[in-house]
Design a protein. Structure first.
Ligand code: A2P
Length: 282
């Protein structure tokens, strides 16, 4: 796994040491490859659950110019649109320009958060349906961590199926804990009604370490095993809507499978039956 090349910004204008600075409030490490953090939310930031923003730190001082440039990378917002804080779920790449540093942040530190949210994994990009599938690999779970805490998800759909494929069992912890905590989510229990979480079907799988369910979700769907395990009908363009977020090969393979099943790709400007976003990592 490599870190996507970060976007650098010109510092032609004089900028404060940390432009768009937000304060880190919490950091949790899950494995030697994964961590999550929370930070303060810019007062003016409005976003739709499922969108992403640019996050980063100041890079090293350039010995030639003596200047520093922000080192930014796209991060899906893992917290829901109503939350007071911002949450992010990240990989750690030991030689990655950004995450080699970002993994060491502590509460009280500052991160750069550009308040310009964008993205296609939003409810607005889908037409009404009965069932929604969230398909994730690795840190591609992040936008679904937001959408699973978004009341509209349960207002719009009778059933919410979240699949998460990771290499190792420890990489499922963030998602599993989040889904478990939903049962006690005050806002969702109040707005949607107690027992709302019964709409959720969670299907975690691993590919390189033993767990309750092994295999890539793509193979498990193709063989019909996932449908049998979940006790659901196969994908159908009349009732099913889907969002995909994972590594590139996974995104492409699943996109083909959804197209074969008769679903059409949607966008903010033209809502349809499924949407796809890469997790910004390959
Ligand atoms: P595998 O271990 O068989 O490659 P990564 O950490 O490399 O991003 O992978 C995350 C998970 O996505 C792994 O479990 C990996 O399985 C799985 N994966 C990779 N490519 C595909 C694909 N084309 N379809 C389904 N799952 C995939």
């Amino acid at each position: 796994m490599t870190e996507q090349k970060p976007v650098t910004e010109s510092t032609a204008k004089k900028v404060p040491t940390l432009p768009d600075a937000q304060t880190v409030t919490e950091v949790k490490h899950y494995t030697d490859r994964l961590f999550s953090f929370k930070c303060t939310r810019p007062a003016s930031l409005r976003f739709r659950s499922g969108e992403f923003v640019m996050i980063g730190l100041m890079g090293d001082v350039n010995p030639k110019t003596g200047k520093q440039k922000p080192l930014l990378r796209a991060y899906s917002i893992a917290s829901p649109s109503w939350d007071e804080e911002m949450e992010f779920y990240s990989i750690k790449v030991q030689d990655g320009p950004l995450t080699s540093k970002l993994q060491h942040i502590q509460p009280g530190d500052e991160v750069i958060l550009r308040p310009k949210p964008v993205g296609t994994l939003v409810h607005d990009a889908l037409i009404p349906g009965k069932r929604i599938w969230f398909f994730a690999t690795g840190t591609g779970f992040a936008p679904f961590a937001s959408l699973l805490r978004e009341p509209q998800t349960y207002q719009d759909y009778d059933e919410v199926i979240i699949t998460h494929t990771c290499r190792e069992a420890g990489e499922l912890t963030y998602g599993r804990d989040l889904i478990e905590a939903l049962k006690d989510d005050e806002l969702l229990n109040e707005v949607i009604g107690e027992g709302f979480w019964k709409k959720i079907k969670y299907y975690p799988t691993t590919t390189r370490e033993e767990s309750a369910k092994m295999g890539r979700i793509t193979d498990l769907i193709r063989s019909g095993e996932a449908y049998a395990d979940l006790d659901v009908e196969p994908l159908n363009p009349e009732s099913d809507r889907a969002m995909i977020c994972g590594n590139m090969a996974f995104n492409l393979e699943l996109k083909d499978m959804l197209e074969e099943a008769g679903l059409e790709e949607g966008a903010n400007s033209k809502p349809a039956q499924y949407v796809v976003e890469k997790a910004f990592l390959d």
